[in-house]
Design a protein around this ligand. Structure first.
Ligand code: HEM
Length: 203
């Protein structure tokens, strides 16, 4: 069976080894703090909430823009080597990384440490948090379109870091990882999940 990582690499065109280059650098230090991440997420969600494509804008209709900006930049800051803002606010279980044979999963639930395999994915937190939304190939391309535009207009991020964020850091890879996870969640929603008790919090 094709793993989620393999699917994400095939669909995104980004090799998992490139996607996980994130762990070899500290972008938070390179960029010099939190402000560039706030700028990026603000530019991103300004575009998303004003999107002329109603089908995409409506995916975010239950979120407040300020909350969405904060959720995203705190997550990015933490994932890119900065302070643990996201897990301090949301709980540790929402930002635990796993090593698995095919690469590293961004987020997972704590009960799965040591037992993770692609066949066992039930509630990795980032997939879980996206489960209510239609994370399709089309949605991934629209998300990436807005992220590309947001990066283009964020002057506090240098060109090399922008490339790194889109490809090296796996925005592209992660977007398609979430598409695969979303498909899997929907296929398995009838199946009893042995990790259900360890799923991400709903805060
Ligand atoms: C949250 C959609 C890709 C990271 C959200 C939310 C929506 C959404 C509707 C809720 C907004 C909020 O209230 O915070 C999508 C769609 C994607 C996508 C349609 C297309 C593939 C990504 C990618 C990443 C990401 C590639 C990471 C690089 C996050 C994070 C949150 C979030 C960290 C906040 C979760 C929370 O704390 O509740 N996304 N997303 N998303 N997304 Fe995505």
């Amino acid at each position: 069976m094709q793993s989620l990582q393999q699917k994400a690499s095939e669909w995104s065109g980004v090799a998992a080894s490139d996607a996980f280059a994130i762990d070899e650098t500290n972008l938070f230090e390179t960029l010099g703090g939190i402000q560039p991440f706030i700028d990026l997420s603000t530019n991103f969600y300004n575009r998303v909430f004003d999107d002329e494509e109603e089908w995409f804008r409506s995916i975010f209709s239950n979120s407040k823009k300020e909350d969405a900006i904060r959720n995203q930049y705190e997550f990015f800051v933490q994932r890119m080597g900065g302070p643990n803002l996201y897990s301090q606010r949301k709980g540790e279980g929402n930002l635990i990384r796993f090593i698995e044979p095919l690469g590293e999963l961004w987020l997972g639930s704590p009960g799965m440490i040591g037992s993770y395999s692609d066949a066992e994915i039930c509630h990795p937190a980032l997939i879980g948090r996206h489960a209510p939304f239609p994370v399709t190939h089309q949605a991934a391309e629209r998300w990436l379109h807005h992220m590309q535009q947001a990066l283009d207009s964020t002057t506090s991020i240098d060109p090399d870091s922008k490339l790194f964020l889109l490809f090296g850091l796996a925005f592209r890879h992660t977007a398609y990882f979430l598409v695969g996870g979303n498909e899997m969640t929907r296929q398995r929603q009838q199946v009893q999940c042995k990790h259900a008790a360890n799923g991400p919090s709903t805060s």
